[in-house]
Structure formats: C-alpha cells, structure tokens
Design a protein around this ligand. Structure first.
Ligand SMILES: [Zn+2]
Length: 213
C-alpha cells in the first residue's frame, strides 16, 4: 500500500489537470476510495490550484474598489464645487435684492429745510411702506469712523475736524418702488446725486461687498 501511495501521489497533479490516461485515472480513483491520506493530499492540491485564481479575483475586486474610490472622490469634489457655485449665487442675488431695495439721495450743502421736506413728502406720497431716514453730515462722519475703526479701536479719522460728508436721505423700498422714486424726484431742487444699485451686476456688487467686509 505504501508503495502504491507513492505512485498515486506522483500522479495526483496530472489527475487534477485531467491529463491522465483512462487506466491511470481508474487506478488513482480506485486507490483514493480506500486511502484517506491520499484523499487529503488531493484536497490540498485542489486548494492550491484554486488559490492563484482566488488571488486574481481579489486583485480584480480591489482594483474595482480603488477605481470606485477615485470616482467617488471626483464626484464628491464636483458636487462640493457645484454646491459652492449654487451657494455663491444664492448669496449674491440675496445681497443684490437687498441692495436693489436701497437708495441714497445726497443733498446739496445749501439745501433748505423746506426743500428737504418737499423731497420727503414726494417719496412718502408714493407709498407709506417706504422707509426713509435723514442722515446728517455728522452722522455720516460718525458712521465712517465706526467703519474704519480697527481692532485696537484706533481711528484714522480721529482728530480730523473737517467734515467732507454730505447730508443724505436713505431709502428702503421695493425694487419697483425705487424705480418710481427715482423718476419722481430726479429733477427736484437740492439734490446732488442719487445712488441706486439695481443696474449693478449682482456678482460685481457681491464681490465688492465681500472684499470690503
Ligand atoms: Zn494512498
């Protein structure tokens, strides 16, 4: 039996590959029926044969996973990029809408109180919902000082006694009302300059706001 085991074991590789002659094949099978240790060796050979294939499959799966990871990263970056564009657009147009509802009317230095009242009345006649605030030269200077104040609370305008600002009226209204106000008061006396934002490019306006913030 020992001798037969040696012969059969020599033949097992060829048996697995299916290249034995019918006679040798029958001999091996007949022996395997009664010999457990040879059956075990056959199992080991079969396992070893399987391994390279398994390894290939594992490599293949790993490759797919790698590619998927790469794809996921690219998709993620693209989505983040698109989200940034969407958010930027939303913020820019929100800011534009806010600005388009604003209007600044700068007044001439020699304007009379009566002329100021006339302008105010003309505006409030259009709609009672329009918010209107008179800003004196002093208030303009105070505001600018507040804006320019740095983190050490030092202000470049401190000790600056000449006020170069002008009186103004600030208005908050619906964008359509801004248009009406503009055409109503454009030619009234005492007005130096009117500033509106609705004809500005929303992106330029928003970028300008971000840069000065
Ligand atoms: Zn045997």
């Amino acid at each position: 039996m020992k001798n037969e085991c040696d012969i059969v074991r020599d033949l097992l590789f060829s048996y697995c590959d299916g290249v034995l002659s019918q006679t040798s094949k029958e001999l091996v099978e007949e022996h395997l029926k009664n010999c457990e240790s040879c059956r075990n060796i056959l199992e080991e050979i079969k396992q070893d044969d399987k391994n390279p294939k398994q390894k290939k499959e594992i490599d293949f799966l790993k490759n797919i996973k790698k590619k998927l990871n790469k794809k996921n990263i690219i998709i993620s970056i693209t989505l983040i990029f698109l989200a940034c564009i969407v958010i930027f657009n939303i913020l820019a147009f929100r800011y534009y809408n806010e600005m388009a509802s604003k209007m600044e009317i700068y007044l001439q230095d020699n304007i009379s109180d009566e002329e100021i009242e006339n302008i105010k009345n003309k505006i409030t006649e259009i709609s009672s919902d329009i918010e209107l605030e008179y800003i004196s030269k002093e208030k303009s200077l105070e505001r600018m000082k507040y804006k320019l104040r740095d983190e050490k609370n030092v202000n470049v305008l401190d000790g600056f006694n000449v006020n170069l600002f002008h009186e103004s009226i600030e208005i908050k209204a619906d964008p359509e009302e801004v248009e009406t106000i503009l055409s109503t008061i454009r030619d009234m006396s005492g007005i130096r300059k009117i500033i509106t934002y609705e004809n500005n490019n929303p992106y330029e306006l928003f970028i300008g706001y971000l840069l000065t913030k």
